[in-house]
Design a binder for this molecule. Sequence first.
Ligand SMILES: *Cc1c(COP(=O)(O)O)cnc(C)c1O
Length: 375
Amino acid sequence: MKVPLLDLSAQYSALAGPLNEAITRVVESQRFILGPEVDGFEKAVREHLAADHAIGCASGTDALILSLRALDIEPGDEVITSPFTFFASAGAIHNVGARPVFADIDPTTFNLDPTDVADRVTDRTRVLLPVHLFGQMAPMHGFRALADEHGVALLEDGAQAIGARQRLPNGREITAGTLGDACGFSFFPSKNLGGFGDGGMVVTNSKDVADRLYRLRVHGGRQMYHHEEVGYNSRLDALQAAVLSVKLPYLESWSEARRLNARFYDACLADIEGIVTPRIAAENTSIFNQYTIRVRGGRRDERCEGLRDRGVGSAVYYPVPLHLQDCFGYLGYAKGDFPVAERAADEVLSLPVYPELTEDQMSFVGDSIREVLGR
Ligand SMILES: *Cc1c(COP(=O)(O)O)cnc(C)c1O
């Protein structure tokens, strides 16, 4: 048996008819840039997430860059984010000329810890940028309160968490992307809602932020050849919008299938010594973009080699925390600065959790973990 970390062809075969039809429709219309396909998908996302504005752009990375610009970030400003995330969360901060400032994560959820963030706010802090890692939302009540207390903006990196939910202390349930001032989503093929290439979107409830985004994605001028500011060429492709419009109605059922798969693994792996299964906070409904365990006892990479030999796909997200990346040497961080993130980087292992997995495949993964990593 072979179980890849991710198998996108299973999803494609199930929807090949409508997907190919949507692509043909765009090709026949020859409307490739913005236009009705993008408008239609933006409207569908607005309704799906109950958000006021949704602005398509070229990638999840650009969604963060455009959002930071729309929030008036300027060179020298500080933006606080997680050192344990995909590179783009911090790369975007650097690329708008701001300074990434890291804070440590919560050891149970791997998400940025608001208490540690609070200690790192300075008078140059302009934005807090929590990441909803692996499909589970960061504690938004804490971040909203902290942002309001300091009068700074709150930008969510929702690239891995479209459709994730969280119950606030007052009982209200929110969706990823709706409590921050803006949220960046990614439609990279491996995300829960993935296109046939790159794509991204910013969701916001602020009309001012939305207006800025509509012009930033087209070189900074809503009227062609009239530029109020210097923007970007960063539009969501009409072809991608058409593909994503076909897929969006299935997002919730795919994420539910991932939750069921996660529960199956939780049971399979529960009694294996040295393996810690993912912990989802009581207030959260995760979309399990990743099912990420901890492998305790050291030497994870060597010890995991046997999984590949057995045909079980797995990956380490992420092996090097961002404060230790060469490109961020100028920030002056050193090993030991974020011990929780560093330990996570040494221990994590993500397993196949895509919706189409069968129970046989998951049992095989569980048995393989037991054989290879159990003590
Ligand atoms: C995927 C991802 C991004 C970037 O999205 P792209 O569409 O690949 O540019 C940003 N942040 C996180 C946490 C991601 O997982």
